[in-house]
Design a protein around this ligand. Structure first.
Ligand code: ADP
Ligand code: MG
Length: 465
């Protein structure tokens, strides 16, 4: 009947709205490159903050001793310790603990959040074993990975510019987050000190460089998204400080806030943005990162249920409601449906039932759901690839004549990249297509597992030594 026809047309219509043809990706990469220049030229010169990180040298491998890292992302919070063995020793031992951040703390007070973090640090330090040794008379030192935009004036301090990714703690904005953490640590009676404040992208870059000296940039695809890369100080007009020995500075792009008229934004994206905690901001992040992809899919399904009766007469309240605590359809649910390889799409069937209370979905309907996941994930992955091409252009490494014989590694991390295989495969293939088969041999995407935490510990070590 008519319903079936509409059901077939809707994914096609969505696909057209979400289309990312190669020409468009190239325009987006060019726009990214232009914005990078503008953000480096002057403070506030671009949607890209292009933050100076005060990291002017990356780990060398000679770092030695016990260091801690505290990693506050968007979903999870980790504390880890590494014993570094110096030149030949590498990472002698490492341990971590991970807890998810209670949703009420994401929108509460600065004190409540940092007290919670410091208490977790205290518990973890109490379990330190014989494998880890802090030299007598020395404090335990922390690299603090804080994955939100901060304005730094030193490696060990920085004022929060704004929250992203579902955090909204007003009284923390403008404050030095290192000072906030240190206050909470002192309250716990811990004898520890934060000596490096780093973004997760910068940590991933540092962690990647420790094992691979060809790492030139890092990209995070997790709850949110961001990128960092190594820039020549000469190419940073807004830098008025002393020239570092290395002549280089790591730049935290804050690319999640990128936006361009070439981005294929749909009615679903506009609605998501309007309902978010930060309307008008982080538009790139809202179409490519893990916090939002599942919610986009929910919005599409809801529309198809209402207008094309995708689920028959069934438009359950759960389908209409974006929130329980976090978004209702979370990206891991989306990727589980997308990756469903069973003949009758069992996983899709049970997700529809568990999340939306839609039982007895037909195979035809389940296929439509997978197709929608595919369209939304493909758009995100291809746009992420375009962003990376923009960085390569800025670095002059986007074509074969530039990269002849070199190896250039981009360190990648984040739960979305790590677990959403269809997404990461699509990203890699798209980048290969954009730079061309030959150059793609010189541009290597590497998963830097947990680089952000280890990288922060390494930076804490190199600051201390
Ligand atoms: P953070 O970004 O908070 O530092 P992670 O890098 O661990 O944390 O990323 C967590 C995010 O990754 C989740 O919020 C989710 O969006 C995404 N993610 C985790 N697991 C999966 C999965 N199986 N499939 C798709 N996305 C996932
Ligand atoms: Mg993280």
């Amino acid at each position: 009947g008519g319903g079936a026809e509409v059901r077939q047309e809707m994914p096609t219509e969505l696909e057209e709205k979400c289309a990312t043809p190669t020409w468009k990706l190239k325009r987006i990469a060019d726009a990214m490159n232009v914005e990078m220049h503008a953000g480096l030229a002057s403070e506030g010169g671009s949607k890209l903050k292009m933050l100076i990180t005060y990291v002017d040298k990356l780990p060398t491998g000679n770092e030695e001793g016990l260091y801690y890292a505290v990693d506050l992302g968007g979903t999870n919070f980790r504390v880890l310790r590494v014993q570094l063995g110096g030149k030949e020793g590498g990472i002698v031992s490492q341990e971590f603990t991970e807890v998810s951040i209670p949703p009420d703390l994401m929108v509460g007070t600065s004190t409540a959040l940092f007290d919670y973090i410091a208490a977790e640090v205290g518990k973890f330090v109490a379990q330190e074993s014989e494998d880890f040794k802090v030299p007598p008379g020395r404090q335990r030192e922390i690299g603090f990975t804080f994955s939100f935009p901060v304005m730094q004036t030193l490696i060990a301090s920085g004022n929060l510019i704004k929250w992203t990714k579902g955090f909204n703690i007003e009284d923390a904005v403008g404050k030095d987050v290192v000072e906030e953490l240190m206050k909470a640590i002192r309250k716990q009676g811990l004898d520890m000190r934060v000596n490096a404040l780093v973004n997760d992208t910068v940590g991933t870059l540092a962690g990647g460089r420790y094992t691979h000296n060809n790492v030139i940039a890092a990209v995070i695809l997790g709850t949110g998204t961001n990128a960092a890369y190594v820039e020549r100080v000469q190419a940073i007009p807004k830098w008025h400080g002393p020239l570092p020995d290395s002549g280089e500075m790591v730049i935290n792009m804050e690319w999640g806030n990128f936006r361009s008229s070439y981005l294929p934004l749909t009615e679903y994206d506009h609605a998501l943005d309007a309902e978010s905690l930060n309307p008008g901001e982080q538009i790139f992040e809202k179409i490519i990162s893990g916090m939002y992809l599942g919610e986009i899919v929910r919005k599409v399904l809801c529309k198809m249920a209402e207008e094309a009766l995708l689920f028959g007469e069934n438009v359950t309240p759960k389908l209409k409601d974006p929130f329980i605590f976090r978004y209702n359809v979370r990206t891991p649910d989306m990727s589980a449906m997308h990756h469903d390889s069973s003949a009758d799409l069992n996983v899709v069937g049970s997700k529809l039932k568990n999340i939306f209370e839609i039982s007895d979905s037909s195979l035809e309907v389940r296929k439509v759901v997978v197709e929608i996941c595919n369209i939304v994930a493909t758009r995100g992955a291809r746009l992420a690839a375009a962003g990376i091409l923009g960085i390569l252009k800025k670095m002059g490494k986007d074509s074969m004549s530039d990269v002849k014989g070199e190896k250039n590694v981009i360190a990648m991390d984040g739960g979305l990249y790590e677990h959403y295989t269809e997404y990461s495969k699509c990203l890699e293939n798209t980048l290969k297509g954009l730079v061309g088969e030959d150059a793609s041999e010189s541009i290597i995407i590497e998963h830097s597992n947990d680089g952000s935490g280890i990288g922060a510990a390494l930076l804490a070590a190199s600051v201390s030594q």
